[in-house]
Design a protein around this ligand. Structure first.
Ligand code: KIV
Ligand code: ZN
Length: 389
């Protein structure tokens, strides 16, 4: 059996930090219901001290989730934040406090104005303080991707010693190269005493378009929790897209020694719901859930897919809840696709007629981005009138 990778969804916290994507509590509850249907292991429901609305969302999602999944609230390494998160999580059957602070030189020097020793002391304190309220405490080392590795080991050791159940290694700025990020995770596995009793999480951002690659490299090197969002929503260029990481693990599970418990046929529904509620459109060529993810436009590809779907599709659309493969008729389409569509519409032509039909089709296709069934119907009817005249 491969390792189970826990899917930690942060659409409602980090995803909501995407400019223009804010949601009210009712909308968050609708999304949380879909996340439960998807089978995520953890829902990060918000940052309770940040606003009364976030407090309410964490509290109500905690109540809604019951035993279905862990519900998590974010805090800074500040006692008042932790008090507030603990209060918001009182309704949750499986509460988790997610606390931590920056660990990179720039965060220590420019943002927090603290020394490395002070950072380690604050890591110990925030985990121990959160442990007074809940057993399940996740520590995040913000901007770990740009931290000094020896120092990162020290901070993570302090968090583990203080009782963290999960240690989260974020590449907050999406700066890392996948191999280097993987090596960071491996070095924690090799050097932090007791880390084998703790879940290692990876939380990566997409500033260089590599969030999914970074997360997978983390999994390859020992991480068993991936933090991600539906549609890759999130600060700046976004977070790791849940649908991408889940399907990559599904397709490459053996080599990664990994599986998830996500109900993948719910992925498309989740994507559409989040897009509708946040008003953030999904780009057409987005992996897994984009409108073109299973659409074929060029003649060579269409011919291949009509012969056998897997010539140009690695995923069965039904597996992710998508409607099906689509053949888009355009000026790039060839004989096979046109013949196939016309026969679906009930028209068959002998070879001697078909060349002429295809030329008519190209004339229409050159004027439009896509040729629809109605265009084909009128084309065939016009031809029939001409032949009859
Ligand atoms: O990107 C990040 O570092 C975060 C932490 C707060 C976990 O979102
Ligand atoms: Zn983040």
């Amino acid at each position: 059996m491969t390792r189970k990778i826990h899917i930690f969804d942060t659409t409602l916290r980090d995803g909501e930090q995407s400019p223009g994507a804010s949601m009210n509590t009712e909308e968050k509850l609708v999304i949380a219901q879909q996340l439960i249907r998807l089978g995520v292991d953890v829902i990060e429901a918000g940052f309770p001290i940040s606003s009364p609305g976030d407090f309410r969302s964490v509290s109500e999602i905690g109540r809604l989730a019951g035993d279905d999944c862990v519900v998590c609230g974010l805090t800074r390494a500040v006692d008042a934040d932790i008090d507030c998160a603990a209060e918001a999580l009182r309704s949750a059957k499986r509460p988790r406090i997610h606390t931590g602070l920056g660990v990179s030189p720039s965060h220590l020097r420019e943002k927090l104005h603290i020394s490395e020793d002070e950072c380690v002391a604050r890591a110990t304190h925030c985990v121990s303080y959160a442990k007074r309220y809940v057993n399940d405490v996740e520590f995040y080392a913000e901007d770990a991707g740009r931290s000094d590795q020896a120092f990162l080991i020290r901070v993570i050791q302090a968090a583990v010693d203080a009782g963290a159940t999960v240690v989260n290694i974020p590449d907050t700025t999406g700066y890392s190269m996948p191999e280097d990020f993987g090596a960071r995770i491996r070095s924690l596995v090799d050097n932090v005493i007791g880390i084998e009793n703790v879940t290692i999480a990876v939380h990566t951002h997409n500033d260089l378009g590599m969030a999914t690659a970074l997360a997978l490299q983390g999994v390859r090197n020992g991480a068993t929790q991936v933090e991600c969002t539906i549609n890759g929503l999130g600060e700046r260029a976004g977070n790791t897209a849940l649908e991408e990481v889940v399907m990559a693990i599904k397709m490459h599970g053996d080599e990664l020694d990994a599986h998830t418990d996500i109900v993948t046929r719910e992925l498309t529904r989740a994507s559409r719901l989040v897009s509708r509620i946040t008003g953030m459109n999904v780009q057409a060529n987005k992996a897994i859930v984009g409108a073109n993810a299973f659409a074929h436009s060029s003649g060579i590809h269409q011919d291949g897919v009509l012969k056998a779907r897997d010539t140009y599709e690695i995923i069965d659309p039904a597996d992710v809840g998508a409607a099906g493969s689509e053949i888009i008729l355009s000026a790039r389409s060839g004989h096979a696709a046109l013949r196939h569509r016309l026969s679906e519409l009930g028209y068959t032509f002998v070879d001697s007629e078909f060349d002429e039909v295809y030329q008519r089709f190209l004339e229409i296709a050159d004027q439009k981005k896509e040729v629809y069934n109605e265009d084909l119907e009128s084309m065939v009817q016009e031809r029939q009138r001409e032949v009859a005249a």
